[in-house]
Design a protein around this ligand. Structure first.
Ligand SMILES: [Zn+2]
Length: 1177
């Protein structure tokens, strides 16, 4: 979404900014002419104070004068004021403008080359085009007779189709964008090149697209109107009176000085006097009066201020090195915040990007001081593919230092929900793209609009080469005012980045006097830093900065060259330079305040839950690719014929990263966007499963296939892609099998059989077992009791759950005899009325908690009887919705940790048809703690369970990943999730948010069928001593079942060696195993394996990584996230530690480490004793 949001006006007292008057631009004194009594009669020069005075001189009535200046352009006096002379001539007859059009069929979006071949038909001004989202191509022939137009400074073609459009030259090079309609973002003029005017005829091609800046909605957030039409309002050759326009820009700046400078200042009065004098001097019938009027304006801007390059010279001469007094306090940078999808789909964003960036390249050619920063590698890539000639022009401007790639990420992603590894990939793919195309990496992270920022980000940004960070969204907080502007943002692990949140409170500033003034007046820690970034330009379809903004900034700067009442603004530098300046001037951050931990946005809290399917697509895709990379890496080392599917993996990652855009993953886009996003997830799933199958085939020796009816399925094997040992109850795919498999299960309920898979370690296969389910074999057999209606009990020797009258009345730790449900309270499903104040899909508001309805589990039936698994199914009917939940308990604990308890698993199938209601699951726990713990990327974050302060109250709904936990000394209970991100803990009630149902901007959000799961995990000991992070990891990581080929038995598989094992630190997790980004897959090329590990609990650790000898690792490096292997980062390998290599690693709490292992030629030995794989396929 975009920054069209009202900020609170900062009405700070008058401030004066130290700035010496510059010698080369002496202060002018003629501003006093024209106000008061003397304006109508030029006075004769008098040499002395006169003795007699017979005039009627009087003080002005300031408010009346101030009101007068709004009458200078347009409005009621439009035919006699400046507005009457802005154009010298307009021509729209066919003699001058010939229009032909071709409408692309349906919602297709043909390229220029395809479109230009079609048959075009005559068209006329006033014609209408539609419906919504359709594209129309125009051939425009302009006639500009030299004898008529040669005398004019500028001739333009104004084209206003009411919607967005792009102007191309006849060879297909995009020239610039058009934003039609009559809003403040309007930009419809195309300057006809002088060469074309001489020639007499000029041809261009235009693509107009039937959507507005904000899709099909007039500024609101409602669902798009699918049937909107747009009228071609203007297609005119126009001769602007450039002097009149310059006067208009002069006057605009003066008016802004009058209207937005705080208080009664000399400059404000002088500006008003000058504006008033201009109105007196101007006569619409007398062209020479424009020149006189502009001379009056020079009294404020300085004599001849625009003589050098039309005013670009105002920026010269300041900010000399060491000139502290003369330095600029406000650094302007052009920007265009283009939402990668929001109220329009991805395909429309591709057009918006091309239009906006073409417009900026065009402006750079006319405004030498103009610099433009733009993020999101994905948008560059689209442009490169779809508009190669424009990409070339942009590349040239990047090389010239004018067009600045920024942000170092694939998209401006949501920063709450992507996994830690996905955030790493946002930056790896982003930085690698920028480096490959432009030879540069970004130094500044750029997420102005993301809905809250995880405390994991500083460490990850630093790891990706970015030490600076720009953001803005916290100015939207609806409870507390964030206290800093420039500060050290210190993440959960202690890593910091230098962060600036512009005090202008927007990243789509209009570059007005008010914006410039607010850049300092709104600064929240001027005591430690006094420089601000002005990020200006229209976002989305607005095309970025407009010429009028650059003109305004020149005049504002001219004012500050001679006056001290506005902060000096500078142009022509980069955001990186701005941060370099902050870095240096704050003594490397030592003078700045710190903010520790997450930047929680006190707004848009519904986005952790809105659009359940997108959340599930994200989590499941992230984990699928993690697993694919892991097994594909091992397969690529084992099988000489197998080639690591780097390209397919890259494509899949790019799809996941794209869908993490900050209006897609949060669920705040229109329905069309989710159609596209779901399709991308389908493609990831399909490609991922195929890659997984191919790699498992290699790792498991080529003997296995997916369970399918074509195979006899005598024996099954499971592959554990995690690095945790695990023992799990699995359901056997009996439906595919002959009776052989039926005899191998330890429990049979009708047609469903259960067996056990025991993986003694991670990253290896394990066989399918059916041992006796007894305590002697390490099981806690489960049982289920029900009265068949409204009461049931699931139990094993570890835990017990009782549901009575549809509510959870008891959760018991059987071993301790400890009741975990608060006495007199019950847990279960609950519905809240969910009617936020405005931003429907975005917000759940604090008052939703005041209106709750508890739901009851009903129609209970037993579906699994034990001893391995006991399950009951229950159905809840609520409104038009059906909520079917299966609750299960297994005969194994949640993890292999000693004392681990079993978890209760809830598998839901929901047919959801509510509107503006919020489904959650809650447990009122007999536990007392001020804080609850939620998983975040590569660690956890705690938030209060109480509401002492407004900062505590604001966190009534929070983001978590795979777990949320409430613990006290000695005990705790966690909720695990496989696809949900919304949680809360109010007092002792721990909740997981399951489904919402907003109607804007997607009228059908979350309507229909959903499947998802969560679990309740009691644990002995506090969270910090628990197995919750590991159990949640396993809960999200399926075992992959495979069938052994006929004649092969499980014993033929070597299941005893893992390629990588971590010892000595149960708090360090291996997250990622992949091939190196720079690996070559040709023979003789580099072979490397990258491991990403992190400390998951927040404490120090000394771990040893054991590496199977058979891999042939020759060297190990500890690198940044970008895998930069450097001489100094080599780490010693210890030889032959129990037939393995050892690598000692020390971690600080929440530290993320990247290890790159370089492999030699002798990779993948076939010696069975040492190898982690038996077959060299
Ligand atoms: Zn946005």
């Amino acid at each position: 979404m975009n920054g069209h949001h009202s900020y609170s006006a900062h009405t700070q007292a008058y401030q004066s900014y130290a700035r010496p008057p510059q010698q080369q631009r002496p202060q002018q004194s003629q501003v006093s002419q024209g106000h008061g009594h003397a304006h109508s009669h030029p006075q004769a020069q008098v040499k002395e104070y006169p003795t007699l005075n017979q005039s009627s001189g009087a003080k002005w009535i300031k408010p009346l004068t101030q009101a007068r200046i709004s009458q200078f352009n347009g409005g009621h006096f439009g035919d006699v004021n400046l507005g009457a002379v802005l154009y010298e001539r307009k021509e729209d007859s066919e003699e001058y403008v010939k229009l032909e059009v071709w409408s692309a069929p349906g919602l297709t979006k043909p390229s220029f080359a395809e479109a230009i071949k079609q048959e075009f038909k005559p068209a006329h001004k006033g014609d209408s085009f539609g419906p919504s989202w359709t594209n129309h191509w125009w051939k425009v022939t302009l006639k500009v007779p030299e004898n008529e137009c040669g005398k004019y400074e500028r001739v333009t073609f104004e084209f206003d189709p009411g919607c967005e459009a792009m102007i191309f030259d006849v060879d297909g090079t995009p020239l610039h964008g058009i934003t039609g309609g009559y809003g403040g973002d309007r930009r419809v003029e195309y300057i006809i090149p002088t060469s074309a005017r001489k020639k007499g005829e000029h041809k261009i091609v235009i693509e107009s697209s039937c959507n507005g800046m904000f899709g099909q909605e007039g500024g609101g957030i409602g669902p798009p109107d699918p049937n909107r039409y747009f009228r071609l309002d203007m297609a005119d050759i126009v001769v602007p009176n450039q002097d009149a326009w310059r006067l208009l820009w002069d006057f605009t700046t003066l008016r802004e000085l009058v209207d937005t400078l705080p208080g009664n200042t000399p400059l404000q009065n002088a500006a008003l006097s000058a504006a008033n004098a201009i109105m007196n001097a101007f006569d619409y019938r007398d062209p020479s009066s424009i020149k006189r009027a502009r001379e009056i304006a020079q009294g404020i801007f300085g004599k001849d201020w625009d003589k050098v390059d039309g005013g670009a010279g105002v920026y010269d001469g300041a900010d000399e090195e060491g000139d502290e007094k003369g330095r600029s306090l406000v650094w302007g940078i052009g920007h265009c915040h283009i939402d990668t999808a929001w109220l329009w789909p991805y395909s429309v964003t591709q057009q918006k990007t091309a239009r906006s960036w073409a417009t900026q390249v065009d402006l750079m050619e006319r405004y030498e001081e103009h610099r433009f920063a733009c993020s999101q590698a994905q948008q560059y890539k689209w442009l490169e593919e779809q508009y190669p000639s424009l990409f070339k022009r942009i590349s040239a401007q990047v090389a010239a230092g004018r067009f600045h790639p920024i942000g170092g990420a694939w998209v401006e992603h949501d920063a709450n929900m992507p996994s830690g590894e996905a955030l790493v990939r946002q930056m790896v793919y982003g930085q690698r793209y920028f480096e490959s195309r432009f030879g540069v990496r970004c130094e500044t992270g750029w997420l102005p609009d993301s809905f809250g920022l995880t405390g994991a980000l500083p460490q990850l940004m630093r790891g990706a080469g970015m030490k600076y960070f720009f953001t803005q969204k916290l100015s939207w907080n609806n409870i507390n005012n964030f206290p800093h502007t420039t500060f050290n943002w210190v993440g959960i692990d202690g890593t910091q980045v230098l962060c600036h949140m512009t005090p202008v409170d927007t990243y789509t500033a209009q570059a007005t006097v008010g914006d410039v003034n607010r850049a300092v007046a709104g600064h929240k820690n001027l005591e430690s830093s006094d420089t601000s970034l002005l990020v200006f330009g229209n976002g989305d379809g607005g095309g970025g900065p407009l010429p009028k903004m650059l003109e305004n900034l020149r005049r504002i700067r001219a004012v500050t060259n001679t006056h001290r009442e506005l902060p000096p603004v500078h142009m022509g530098r980069s955001v990186d330079q701005f941060f370099d300046h902050l870095d240096k001037s704050s003594e490397r951050g030592a003078r700045l305040p710190n903010w520790k931990g997450e930047l929680y946005l006190e707004f848009h809290r519904g986005t952790y839950t809105s659009h359940g399917s997108i959340k599930k697509g994200n989590r499941h895709s992230e984990i699928l690719l993690r697993d694919v990379e892991h097994v594909a890496t091992l397969a690529s080392l084992a099988g000489k014929k197998y080639v690591y599917p780097k390209k397919t993996l890259d494509e899949a990652w790019e799809k996941i990263l794209l869908n993490q855009f900050h209006d897609v993953l949060p669920g705040s886009a229109i329905g069309m966007v989710y159609d596209d996003a779901e399709k991308l997830y389908d493609e990831v799933r399909e490609a991922g499963r195929k890659m997984l199958d191919d790699a498992l085939d290699v790792i498991l020796g080529g003997h296995t296939r997916l369970p399918s009816s074509a195979w006899a399925l005598d024996q099954l094997v499971a592959y554990n892609t995690t690095f945790f040992p695990r023992r799990e109850v699995v359901q056997a795919p009996l439906g595919y099998s002959n009776n052989a498999l039926r005899t191998q299960v330890a429990q049979l309920d009708g047609n469903v059989g259960y067996a056990v898979v025991h993986c003694a370690g991670g990253a290896r296969p394990a066989v399918f077992e059916a041992p006796p389910v007894t305590e002697a074999w390490g099981f806690t057999p489960v049982s289920v009791y029900t009265n068949g209606a409204d009461h049931f009990v699931l139990r094993n020797a570890s835990v017990q759950l009782t549901i009575s009258n549809g509510r959870i009345t008891s959760l018991l730790d059987v071993q301790l005899g400890r009741e975990l449900i608060q006495e007199g309270a019950t847990g279960g499903l609950v519905i809240f009325e969910d009617r936020p104040n405005y931003w429907d899909a975005w917000d759940v508001e604090i008052h939703h908690l005041e209106k709750a309805t508890q739901l009851e589990f009903a129609k209970v039936s037993v579906v699994a009887h034990g001893p391995l698994r006991a399950s009951v199914n229950s159905e809840v009917v609520y409104g038009q919705s059906k909520i079917n939940v299966t609750i299960s308990l297994d005969a194994v604990p949640a993890s292999t940790k000693l004392d681990s308890r079993s978890m209760f698993r809830f598998d839901a199938l929901v047919d959801w048809h509510q509107r503006h209601e919020f489904l959650k699951f809650e447990l009122p726990l007999a536990l007392n703690s001020d804080n609850a713990t939620y998983e975040t990327q590569f660690g956890w974050v705690q938030r209060p369970t109480h509401k002492n302060t407004t900062w505590d109250m604001a966190k009534f709904e929070v983001c978590g990943h795979k777990y949320a936990d409430l613990s006290e000394y000695g005990y705790g209970v966690a909720l695990l999730s496989e696809s949900k991100y919304g949680f809360a803990c109010q007092g002792n009630i721990l909740r997981i948010s399951l489904l919402r149902a907003a109607t804007e901007p997607d009228a059908e959000q979350d309507q229909g069928e959903h499947t998802f799961s969560w679990a309740v995990l009691p644990h002995k000991g506090h969270f910090l001593e628990s197995d919750v992070p590991a159990a949640a990891y396993l809960f999200n990581s399926p075992l992959y079942l495979r069938a052994l080929a006929p004649g092969v038995t499980a014993r033929d598989l070597n299941t005893s060696h893992s390629p990588f094992t971590l010892v000595g630190a149960p708090n360090v997790f291996i997250e990622t195993v992949k091939r190196g980004e720079e690996d070559s897959y040709k023979s003789g090329g580099t072979t490397s394996v990258v491991l990403r590990m992190y400390e998951a609990f927040g404490g120090h650790a000394q771990a040893q990584l054991r590496i199977a000898q058979g891999l042939g690792v020759e060297a190990a490096y500890e690198t940044n996230l970008l895998e930069d292997v450097q001489e100094g980062s080599v780490r010693p390998l210890l030889n032959d530690v129990e037939h393995e290599l050892g690598l000692n690693l020390s971690f600080r709490g929440f530290e993320v480490k990247t290890i790159v292992l370089i492999l030699g030629e002798k990779k993948a030995k076939t010696d069975k004793r040492e190898s982690w794989v038996t077959v060299d396929a």
